[in-house]
Design a protein around this ligand. Sequence first.
Ligand SMILES: [Zn+2]
Length: 50
Amino acid sequence: MKKIQKPPLVRMWYQCPYCGKAAVIYDNTARCSGVYVKCKACRQEFEIKI
Ligand SMILES: [Zn+2]
């Protein structure tokens, strides 16, 4: 019998493209577009594309 293997969940930081500060945590199963976040450090708005 084959074991169903779940891919290991790896969490990563999504960094602000303007200042490079970590803004959002996501894991490797995340699929995302059209979500906008305002960076707390530089107050720029950017799209989360995973
Ligand atoms: Zn920023």
